[in-house]
Design a protein around this ligand. Sequence first.
Ligand code: SF4
Length: 452
Amino acid sequence: MKTYIETYGCQMNEYDSEIIRTVLRDNKYEILDQIDGAEVVLLNTCAIRENAHQKIFHRLNHLRALKKKGSVKVIGVLGCMAQSLRKDLAEFSPVVDVVAGPDSYKRLPSLLNSARETGSKGFDFSLSEWETYSDISPKREVGTNAWIAIMRGCDNFCTFCVVPYTRGRERSRSPESIVSETERVVSEGFRQVTLLGQNVNSYKYEDYDFADLMKMVGDVPGLRRVRFTSPHPKDFPRKLLHLIADHPKLCKQIHMPLQAGSDTVLERMNRTYTKQEFYDLVDDIRDILPGVSLTTDIICGFSGESDKDFEDTVEVVERVRFDSAFIFKYSERKNTIASRKHPDDVPEEKKTERTVRLNDIQRRISLERNEEEIGKTFEVMIEQPSKKNPDEWMGRNDQNKGVVFHAPQYKIGDIVRVKITKAGTNTLIGDLAEGSASPELCRVSYNDQLFQ
Ligand code: SF4
């Protein structure tokens, strides 16, 4: 069966779609990279905000027409929304044939086969205490970065978040399986891995913690860079900061979700840290890792957020000066603790006003932080042609900032030195600098000694 998979939401979903493709290919499904000609269409969905749900319902309406025409035979909804809204999705029948949550992907071939052969609906929402898909080696699109999930699920129960209900309890993969996946992606030509988890600093496998794992992955020969996302501020290990400082392959970039700056709101969110504890962590990060880039997530207008609470968030943003931030309006999710205990009582206009104001502040700070980079020289890994000018490259420095420059003699995956000459809010612009390895040496890819 010709199958097309559409992925929505976070990087964990992108990774899961790679797992799904692999499971289906191993069961003789042909994976298409466009919907034309597909007999099976699978939507791998996200449940984090209301507009993510709306997108899927719109998409299903469109797919209903394709199914009526007869070109599409089977439609499946997978992922977090499938897990959280199974009843609503069942109501969409006969459009939806298969609904499967994030722990049910190994059962997909049998669910799809029965839907195709007998017209029976297939549903599987079971959450597992052990499924990590460690035994599946996802086949990735070619690129510079490979995402590797190191754990699944979350036990934190932030009151606004649906993940503990859609992805279940925390469980970690063995370090051996993660290291061997890293070795494999390096042998396939990837030069960077990003370790993924809902809360990576909860990683625990026997006696190994997250810092131990980072060291093991960083030591894989031929790998050039290791990133991770996302940690939780409540228990960020200082041991990891020292490791990043000492290990040349661990990138000096930390995405640390703040969510809110007011202690009252943080408590209502069950984030289990205070504004002062967040400040102390940021001070430690910057002491141990000078030049680190810090990014964050912030929710505006969570239940009960007063003007004073919001000003606390503004204060944190002004004081910490994140390099960039994802700032969103609060969107109540069904079945979360907040939906039962904390009414969504901040008026929509207030949420919008606060989101716009905070975004304006952050854009100014991002520009100022980027302007501080002018005159500095960074090692940049080339990722793709620049969107604005395909004759130039877009790459990323260690801090994960996008850098645009002209160097036609180099190729994707090469690491070169670039001196920054200009800065925008989202991008740095520069010139190839002295000290870059020649293109030939860049491509002697796996000789670490060249780069250390
Ligand atoms: S740490 Fe909180 S916000 Fe992040 S996935 Fe877990 S419950 Fe959700």
